[in-house]
Design a protein around this ligand. Structure first.
Ligand code: SF4
Ligand code: SF4
Length: 461
């Protein structure tokens, strides 16, 4: 198979990268049979997949609700069209009509060309689930995408970005390949910055501290791209007197395993998280600002960790922690320190997958002055994706151009608010919104929500 087939595809991972993840790529001559076998297994295991394959009536409601179709007008980016890339094969192999009258029911044999289309279109879907939100049958095309990506992974097909990042997390415990020394150095530097910016305030970042009550799991991207998010979290923990730590072995709120391989990489990270929490004696895990990572944790860790309910370690998101302190009246906050007009991007994985919308608004309304916060339209679970969800942060020219097209709708939403600051409390959203702001020439600064909390906290001796 080649990448010069005219399809919009990300740079492909080498065989070597797959071997490092324990996957031996399937030869071209066996790919079709292997893919059909995997589809057969999925239809026996996942009832919602069968529902997605058999219930779509092509009503079209999902089309204008998918930012990828709105940005590209490519019919294969209509959610129903995207699912059809698998649905046609499903019908051909697993339905009586498809076996007897393929032409009449739109059934189609699988071939290498179609597998190439899977690679293209399942990596243009950001798994945002806005289609599921509007589909009268609740068909979740993100789930079809996940199954498509999983089969591609087993065949040895995947983007270099996802495959290399999954390799990095297995090797180092984080996506950026940070070592313990690098982590400590960066955090020391951030302590100094806090002291400089906040009148000598002494805030430390404990790393691998035994007998900590709280394990804080930040996004490793925050070390390089979003340091104010890390600073905000540390200032909050310092303010409330928490006994907390960051682990140099699990320094990653994201989980690229979840985005391409839920069987090996994601499971491995869940196991390591549990081991590390036990090793450090932590009684609670607090998750940092990462949408897909929080979804992967909140929704999958309890079942994947194999621990009985009685031994499960409580997990919360830092937004839930801050919200609880605000509601209890335990934080003194000065909203005037965040005086610029601001809007909030609801990360899809928070708002549509985790019921995580109210807490962000409780925090926002406490840390900015009255009247400074303007909602986007639509918002909460109806919000549009930033266009980078599920890690499709490709920077090769064709895919970068795609990312910007896929952000058209978000840019339109932000522009309509006419604000100065765009709050995006997820590290993948931020990584997408930085270039979106630049390419769409939006006069806004992108920040995290915890950044605003740190900035508003009033420390008294
Ligand atoms: S909204 Fe649902 S039923 Fe309608 S075309 Fe889309 S996936 Fe099919
Ligand atoms: S999950 Fe999002 S990106 Fe994917 S098809 Fe549905 S609306 Fe489009």
């Amino acid at each position: 198979m080649s990448e010069t087939n005219g399809l919009r595809q990300p740079k492909r991972a080498s065989e070597d990268l797959f071997l490092k993840l324990g996957v031996v790529p399937v030869p071209d001559s066996q790919k079709v049979a292997a893919a059909i076998q995997h589809l057969d297994e999925f239809r026996h295991k996942v009832r919602s997949f069968v529902m997605a394959m058999e219930s779509c009536v092509k009503c079209g409601a999902c089309a204008e609700n998918c930012h990828t179709y709105l940005g590209t007008r490519d019919p294969n980016n209509i959610p129903a069209g995207r699912a059809d890339l698998i649905r046609k094969v499903y019908k051909r192999h697993f339905t009586v009509q498809g076996k007897l009258f393929p032409g009449l029911v739109g059934a189609q044999d699988l071939d290498l060309e179609t597998i190439e289309k899977w690679f293209s279109y399942y990596y243009q879907c950001s798994e945002c689930r806005r289609c599921a939100h509007v589909c009268p049958f609740g068909i979740d095309t993100a789930e079809v995408t996940m199954i498509g990506r999983q089969i591609l992974f087993w065949l040895g097909i995947g983007p270099q970005l996802h495959t290399a990042t999954a390799g990095a997390i297995l090797r180092t415990g984080n996506h950026m390949g940070l070592t313990q020394a690098g982590i400590i150095d960066t955090l020391d530097f951030l302590s100094e910055e806090i002291a400089e910016e906040y009148d000598g305030l002494k805030v430390t970042f404990p790393v691998d501290k035994p007998d900590s009550d709280i394990l804080y799991v930040p996004s490793s991207a925050d070390f390089a791209l979003n340091p104010n998010t890390l600073k905000g979290a540390a200032m909050f923990f310092h303010y409330v007197g928490a006994n907390w730590t960051i682990s140099s072995r699990i320094t990653e709120a994201g989980n690229f395993g979840y985005l391409m391989d839920q069987n090996r990489v994601q499971r491995e990270m869940v196991t390591r998280l549990m081991e590390e929490t036990t090793r450090l004696g932590c009684k609670k895990i607090v998750w940092g600002e990462c949408g897909h990572g929080w979804r992967a944790t909140k929704m999958y860790v309890p079942t994947m960790s194999d621990l009985p309910a009685s031994r499960r370690i409580p997990m919360t998101h830092i937004h839930d922690e801050v919200e609880a302190y605000i509601k209890a009246g335990l934080l003194e906050l000065d909203p005037k320190r965040n005086a610029r007009s601001i809007t909030l991007h609801d990360p899809c994985n928070y708002a549509r997958a985790c019921g995580h919308s109210d807490n962000m608004r409780v925090i926002m309304n406490a840390v900015v002055p009255k009247g400074a916060f303007t909602e986007m339209t639509p918002n909460r679970e109806a919000n549009f994706c930033c266009g980078g969800g599920s890690g499709i942060l490709f920077d090769d020219p064709k895919m970068y151009q795609y990312r910007i097209l896929a952000s058209n709708k978000k840019a339109e939403q932000v522009r309509a608010t006419n604000v100065e600051v765009l709050c995006a409390p997820c590290s993948i959203c931020k990584a997408q919104l930085y270039p979106m702001v630049k390419e769409h020439k939006l006069p806004v600064e992108v920040v995290g929500l915890i950044d605003l909390v740190g900035n508003a906290l009033v420390f008294r001796d």
